[in-house]
Design a protein around this ligand. Structure first.
Ligand SMILES: Cc1cc2nc3c(=O)[nH]c(=O)nc-3n(C[C@H](O)[C@H](O)[C@H](O)COP(=O)(O)OP(=O)(O)OC[C@H]3O[C@@H](n4cnc5c(N)ncnc54)[C@H](O)[C@@H]3O)c2cc1C
Length: 351
């Protein structure tokens, strides 16, 4: 019998797959996907399983667990930039820690994000005002459609807020490795997030030591249950369950009117360019009546540390978690007219 996929997801949810392969070499990874494709068998790639919601029924195909390893450092160019190429299966936070220890700046704000390096381009992971797309120069992939290896430059990847060319349940591209261009310097990239700047005691736009930024980010993330901790049920999640909606100025005016009618106070917003605004999903959820911990004592509830994370405290099913997610989507829609979009990839289920 194949293992329960719950053991491979941070939510601890998901039934079994028809077959399960652990790929520890690039050849093994491509071979496993190619064999499944030749047999017209559906394929699900799993890295750290930290952005996946998998059906209680499991997956009717082959799961390939990406366990390739390797970090290669290039020589510094005249400007002190160093290309670091990382195999898809490397633990992401280990990569951040290693580059900070090497004296390289660029990844420090992305400390503590669970999962593997190969998944970072999939949803263009981001935190504390930074996105991984800012430092990715290329992504080497196996193209399943044309059965060939391709090297995609940054501009080929269609990176945008929490998405890219790669983000879909039926992945055409298997990420083999990712190259990041980092700077050999003691100072971090400029700090762009107020909470992080306050934690560091620097002004917005200033840098701090890369190690200090990493420690500060890990500290803030721990307070929010956003660093995996086996003893803490609030970290048994897929991180943020919803993306921050990006809406037009007219829709934002309607949100403000609804907030005022509910005496919900000023609505926070960030400029998203092109006349659009980004509204924090956590604010909408909280002000639609779903406080931290909402749903308890059910084992599928809102994290008690962070409104945006839905957690499985132990005995929940995927069906329970999705019922909670649907309740939140419908509550936010009726309060503010905004439809939330899930951030994780849903496998065999929908909202
Ligand atoms: C506590 C917590 C905090 C989080 N905080 C953040 C955050 O701050 N910012 C953020 O952006 N995300 C965050 N996340 C979400 C998640 O950690 C990231 O999206 C992460 O990059 C997922 O990596 P993974 O290896 O676990 O991917 P998985 O969950 O295993 O897979 C995610 C998707 O990528 C695909 N995939 C995986 N590997 C490959 C590959 N080699 N080639 C092609 N496709 C592949 C999978 O098929 C799936 O579609 C958080 C999650 C948790 C649990």
């Amino acid at each position: 019998m194949t293992p329960a996929l719950a053991d491979y997801t941070t939510l601890g949810l998901g039934g079994r797959a028809r077959s399960f392969v652990s790929a520890t070499t690039e050849g093994g990874l491509i071979g496993a996907v190619r064999a499944a494709d030749a047999a017209a068998e559906p394929v699900l790639l799993i890295g750290g399983g930290s952005n996946l919601v998998i059906s209680d029924e499991g997956f009717p195909g082959t799961v390939v667990h990406v366990n390739t390893r390797g970090i290669g450092y290039g020589d510094a160019d005249d400007n002190g930039a160093v290309d670091v190429t990382v195999a898809a299966g490397e633990d992401w936070d280990g990569v951040v820690a290693a580059t900070v220890a090497e004296g390289l700046a660029g990844l420090e704000s992305l400390s503590g994000i669970p999962g593997r390096a190969g998944a970072t381009p999939i949803q263009n992971v981001g935190a504390y005002g930074r996105e991984v797309a800012e430092v990715i120069t290329q992504v080497r992939v196996h193209d399943r459609r044309d059965d060939q290896i391709l090297v995609l430059g940054n501009e080929d990847c269609s990176f945008a807020y929490r998405t890219s060319l790669f983000k879909s349940a039926e992945a055409r591209y298997v990420v083999l490795d990712v190259t990041f261009r980092l700077a050999r310097q003691a100072l971090s990239l400029p700090v762009k997030y107020a909470e992080l700047a306050a934690e560091l005691g620097v002004a917005l736009g200033e840098g701090a030591g890369t190690g200090e930024v990493r420690s500060a980010v890990l500290k803030i993330r721990s307070r929010k249950g956003m660093v995996l901790s086996p003893g803490d049920p609030d970290t048994r999640s897929a991180g943020s369950f919803f993306t921050n909606p990006i809406i037009t100025a007219a829709d934002f005016a309607a949100v403000e009117a609804a907030a005022s009618a509910r005496a919900a106070g000023p609505v926070p917003k960030y400029d998203a360019g092109d006349g659009l605004v980004k509204v924090p999903a956590a604010w909408l959820i909280e002000h639609a009546g779903f406080a931290k911990g909402y749903g308890a004592p059910s084992p599928a509830r809102v994290s008690s540390k962070h409104t945006l994370a839905l957690v499985n405290t132990g005995s929940a099913t995927t069906a329970d978690l999705l019922a909670l997610a649907r309740e939140i989507v419908s509550g936010v829609r009726s309060a503010y007219g905004v439809t939330l979009t899930p951030e994780p990839i849903l496998i065999g289920v929908s909202l």
